[in-house]
Ligand binder design. Sequence first.
Ligand code: SAJ
Length: 414
Amino acid sequence: MVVGQGYVGLPLAMRAIEAGFHVVGIDVDEWRVKRLAAGESCVGDVPDGVLAAALGSGRYRVSTDYADAEGFDVCVISVPTPLRDGVPDLRHIGSAGQSIAPLLRPGVTVILESTTYPGTSEEYLRPLLEDGSGLRTPEDFHLGYSPERIDPGNTRWRLDNTPKVVSGIDAVSLEHVKAFYSRIVREVVPVSSLRVAELCKLLENTFRHVNVALVNELAIFARQLGIDVWEAVDAASTKPFGFMRFTPGPGVGGHCLPIDPSYLSWKVKRSLGHNFRFVELANDINDHMPEHVVHRLGLALNQRYRSIRGSRFLLLGLSYKKNAGDCRESPAIEVAKALCKLGAEVRAADPHVDDFLLPVGIELVEPTGEELARADAVVVLTDHDRFDYDLVQRSSEFVFDTRNRCRGPNVERL
Ligand code: SAJ
């Protein structure tokens, strides 16, 4: 059983079927279940053909009813773990745990994959499973944690070839978790406890978030010093050891980086009473980048005897990262909203985003030469490879580029 058939659970279900397992995919979203049962994938990394093959094999079912998974041997929970008012929201894990508990049998294995703070598996999920079943772990059933490392759209690093960190509440549970994933991925990385595995995931993404904040703040200061930060990043990236390339941008979006570090800082605050200063500083810097972009646009337009109010903007890219259509927590959307609020006319082009996602007041257009020439300012926010950056530079009166894709006398960069 795989609980949650989203960008993590569906690829996992498909890999498990390829490995010979029978899988019941459980999801609370009836619309998603209907589409999946009809062979329509709702995850970019899972083509309809793979889903059709899974359905055709007779070894994949998708349902909203946990009872359809009765008799499972292994259950993986891959449900969202958002923040609610800055605080971890474990309700989806809680709901899954309460629904799974009555189906537990001696000898089964339950594995949590959702990103969460250290201690969740033992202190939150374990009691739910035990109280709802009358069974105990590790005595009766096995409990594990294995962080997901799915990077949507990444064709180089997929589920099957990305090393998988695995853990168990005890050595026997660990062996069962290892045995399961060893049939699904090329390399499993056992660690000594559930908490180490939970912390490992938060470290991966907090590291990334903090370093993005570093280059974002560096970009602000380098410009004031008259130094090209992009060239400095490129030069530093030639160091073959001890340096990892990060680039400035309009902020940090997605369902990982803006969220995961706050799970860590919340745990440190709640358990130790300390502020996790790196996380709080990184959040502050990255959260302010959209505002900084709008500030720079105001200055640039003032130099052209214009103001934001009444000016026509064409934003290139609305999703949170290039070549992806996901707009969750997208800084580009924050920039668009701020410009609308200041009285600008905002149009946007994004080949990966459908217009139903857009906030009110933003018109989705094609980035034609005419649209580019019409704008008082063209703003590169998400640098999809499908944009024609030469056309952008040639056709636009003024380009503000937050992703270092354009060159020319009419181009200003972050
Ligand atoms: N960003 C920058 N500069 C950078 C890197 C990222 O501004 O140098 C921004 C992006 O534009 C985006 C946000 O940060 O708005 C997040 O970008 P991301 O590349 O980290 O993309 P995510 O959120 O999809 O991160 C995922 C994570 N994968 C998982 O959690 C399983 C992360 O651990 C991966 O490192 C990352 O993909 C990846 O490597 O692509």
